[in-house]
Design a protein around this ligand. Structure first.
Ligand SMILES: Nc1ncnc2c1ncn2[C@@H]1O[C@H](COP(=O)(O)OP(=O)(O)OP(=O)(O)O)[C@@H](O)[C@H]1O
Ligand SMILES: CC(=O)N[C@H]1[C@@H]2OC[C@@H](O2)[C@@H](O)[C@@H]1O[C@H](C)C(=O)O
Length: 403
């Protein structure tokens, strides 16, 4: 037998595995590296987060990714070069973290790498009716990570979801269901990243097919892009200070909410391909608000994100009460302007963070990919979300051997 295959077989047979989850999200702030100890699999999965670090991207890396990110037209040569370059960068970030944590690469069983989404094209969003399919593209090739680190790597998790009938996202429901279901309450897990999404979790022990996750629209993406367009010295509106000093413009808000995405049935996904600066500029033009102060613009965008989350919750729970326990994660959970707007639009909700459930919000997405890799090698596919998402039970991730 191929030696790597034998090693993978061993890893799959162990009672627990040491897996590094890697996530680089739409905010392009850096690579999240989560070293997880995962015992068991399926509903019996137990997670210990042993180490977590975000390795920030330097300006050159951000610039390289932005050159292709969510763009309709790119240089194929540049993209071809960027794919292995990013894989190697991620591998080196892992090795640097391991050195800092004083852990030898040989102690790690698997790397689970999400890669960098550079384009997301669900059927409802792409402009090509001649392609009757959903599509999504992540780069940062797994073979390069495996060879550079010497660790078996799983990557490209979203393609199987698309192949099986999904939009390739959000995958959060899989990890959330296995790690965060509670026998005591139904939960909403709200991730406020560049794009916002939530997972509905029924009580633990319920039918897994009733759990699901959906994107709701922009989280921080438009806030960040707007801050950067006006203030070259800022990466984002820290602690929502600028937004909190502004006033919501109702006319602009109405135009921002006019897109059919917000009324479309759940689950659904989106990305900065739709919700970018051009979307904002068009809404400003329609509402004659091109000259709004930055503070008012940000107040309106925070309100926009919050209202779009609330609308998705109303759509999901049109015929029964929504869960009142909401656990937030992602960078937007640190933005008081966003959290205050959410509290106004989801009255009666008890907000907490996933940190209170033992899963640090900033690490949650990197942990998700470690869980998915654990399921891919040791689990039996669970039909999470099948009731609503109509996605068959599938294991996700492609295997790259170092040798
Ligand atoms: N203290 C803070 N105040 C305001 N906003 C903050 C703060 N900390 C983080 N953020 C916001 O969170 C963003 C980063 O969020 P996060 O890392 O969750 O995004 P991501 O994982 O890249 O996104 P996605 O989940 O869409 O892939 C920042 O760009 C910023 O908008
Ligand atoms: C295509 C893609 O990369 N989507 C991301 C993005 O970031 C947040 C939201 O949009 C979510 O749908 C997804 O990531 C998380 C990890 C998910 O799949 O659950």
């Amino acid at each position: 037998m191929n030696q790597c295959l034998e090693q993978l077989y061993q890893i799959a047979s162990q009672p627990s595995r040491s897996i590094i989850g890697l996530m680089s999200g739409t905010s392009l702030d850096g690579l999240d590296v989560a070293l997880c100890r995962l015992e068991g699999h399926g509903p019996g999965t137990r997670l210990t987060l042993e180490h977590f670090q975000t390795v920030p991207y330097d300006e050159d890396t951000k610039q390289r990714i932005r050159e292709v990110f969510a763009r309709d037209t790119v240089s194929l040569e540049f993209l071809t070069l960027l794919n292995p370059w990013l894989g190697r960068l991620h591998a080196r970030a892992v090795l640097a973290c391991l050195a800092e944590w004083q852990i030898a690469p040989a102690e790690i069983d698997l790397i689970a790498s999400h890669g960098q989404t550079i384009y997301h094209a669900p059927r409802h969003q792409h402009q090509r009716p001649d392609f009757d399919l959903n599509a999504t593209l992540q780069i940062g090739d797994g073979d390069h990570i495996a060879v550079e680190t010497g660790i078996i790597t799983l990557s490209d998790f979203r393609q199987k979801h698309v192949a099986a009938g999904g939009e390739g996202a959000p995958l959060a429901a899989y990890g959330d269901f296995l790690l965060l279901s509670s026998p005591d309450e139904e939960r909403l897990l709200l991730n406020l990243g560049g794009i916002a999404n939530f997972t509905y979790l029924p009580r633990a022990g319920s039918d897994a097919t009733t759990a699901f996750s959906t994107d709701t629209g922009p989280g921080n993406t438009l806030l960040d892009a707007t801050v950067r367009a006006h203030r070259s010295d800022l990466a984002y509106d820290e602690d929502g200070r600028l937004a909190l000093a502004g006033r919501v413009h109702p006319g602009l808000l109405a135009e921002l909410l006019a897109h059919p995405f917000f009324a479309a049935p759940l689950p659904k996904t989106t990305g900065p391909e739709l919700f970018g600066l051009a979307y904002l500029a068009a809404a400003q033009q329609r509402s004659a608000t091109e000259n709004l102060f930055l503070e008012d613009l940000l107040a309106t965008l925070a309100e926009f994100s919050a209202v779009s989350v609330a609308r998705a919750v109303q759509l999901a729970f049109a015929d029964r009460p929504a869960p009142t326990a909401v656990y937030a994660s992602g960078g937007g959970a640190h933005n008081p302007a966003l959290m205050q707007a959410l509290a106004r639009h989801l009255p009666g909700t008890r907000f907490a963070t996933t940190d209170e459930l033992g899963v640090p919000g900033d690490a949650k997405e990197a942990i998700l990919f470690a869980v998915l890799a654990n399921e891919a090698v040791a689990g039996t596919p669970v039909a999470i979300g099948a009731g609503r998402q109509r996605v068959p039970a599938v294991g996700m991730g492609k295997v790259s051997f170092p040798g």
